[in-house]
Design a protein around this ligand. Structure first.
Ligand code: NDP
Length: 297
């Protein structure tokens, strides 16, 4: 059996079209576009690519993107001052400080300084806490939110499913587990100290791999018919010398023979992350403007 492919690009495109309609409605209701500020410190090439695609997507969705690049030697105090300025800016609904930050800056302190109502990455401890207690006003990290969207589109109700999340980072693994618990799954969080990881994975109806180890999850770790979400983005040497390619945390060809449905890498979870950033920005904008959230947002 070959698993169904979960097409994250198509899902993200559909979502972005929907968000553009909500963005138009927001602009018509308030007389201003929803605004997202992106802050990039330094010139890390991968971060610069991510930020560029976030700005482009923001503008394509009919929102206002403000980019605030800072030099690599920016001090923590200078970055905190910029966050304060953006917190106060009435035209800015979402603030995204691209991680990682240079060594002289404490990322936790910067995240803590962002107004939780503008924390569209969902990394602020107030939003993590809201998610942990099941408060629907939490702004939730974009990647796990994107994974949940794909799972619900594929499976409908997730209630009662055995879910295994490999990885316990604050960005992906923990919020993913909280979201699945919120959908009434029975959730196991696995990590580097988990004993017999393969056996733990074999009981999963839903398996989410967020590890950062190329093709670690093998085909025989997967329960027949399971839904597999591969969050991993790993660059490995390509077929030709000097070339590289991107693979996930799951050995795709093997897993596809066992799973019922699976996300490819690339083209699975990745595109959903940016779509969810736009979604979080619009949600934040509606809340800040005192508008009810439109259905489906
Ligand atoms: P982290 O490095 O923060 O966390 C990795 C997790 O994997 C840790 O909890 C670690 O366990 C666990 N782990 C590491 N090795 C093993 C192992 N051998 N067996 C079991 N568990 C293990 O990574 P992130 O959560 O930030 O990202 C995970 C992956 O997702 C990366 O490939 C990243 O590039 C990708 N990613 C993709 C995004 C997208 O948009 N598609 C967005 C964000 C991330 P422990 O805690 O015990 O160390």
């Amino acid at each position: 059996m070959s698993a169904a492919l979960i097409d994250g690009r198509a899902a993200a495109d559909a979502l972005r079209r929907q968000l553009a309609i909500h963005a138009d409605f927001f602009r018509a209701s308030t007389g201003r576009p929803a605004g997202l500020a992106t802050v990039l410190v330094g010139e890390d090439p991968a971060s610069a690519v991510y930020v560029r695609s976030k700005i482009k997507a923001t503008e394509e969705a009919g929102m206002h993107g403000v980019h605030r690049p800072l030099p690599a030697d920016t001090s923590e105090a200078e970055l905190l001052a910029l966050v304060v300025e953006l917190n106060r800016d009435p035209g800015i609904d979402g603030i995204l400080v691209q991680l990682p930050l240079p060594a002289q800056i404490d990322a936790a302190r910067v995240i803590d300084s962002i107004d939780p109502g503008k924390d569209v990455d969902g990394f602020h401890v107030v939003n993590s806490g809201r998610l942990a207690i099941g408060d629907p006003t939490a702004l939730v990290p974009c990647t796990p939110l994107g994974c949940l969207h794909l799972l619900k589109e594929q499976l409908g109700s997730l209630s009662g499913a055995e879910a295994v999340v490999i990885g316990r980072s604050n960005i992906v693994g923990k919020p993913m587990a909280a979201l699945l618990l919120g959908e009434s799954c029975t959730v196991t969080i696995a990590h580097s100290r988990t004993r017999d990881l393969a056996e733990v994975c074999r009981r999963a109806d839903i398996l989410v791999a967020a590890v950062g180890r190329p093709e670690m999850v093998r085909g025989d770790w997967i329960k027949p018919g399971a839904t597999v979400i591969d969050v991993g983005i790993n660059r490995v040497p390509g077929a030709e010398p000097g070339k590289s390619r991107i693979v996930g945390d799951v050995a795709f060809a093997e897993a596809r023979e066992m799973a019922g449905a699976i996300t490819p890498v690339p083209g699975g979870v990745g595109p959903m992350t940016i779509a969810m950033l736009l979604r979080n920005t619009l949600v934040a904008a509606h809340r800040r403007a005192g508008l009810a959230l439109p259905k489906g947002l």
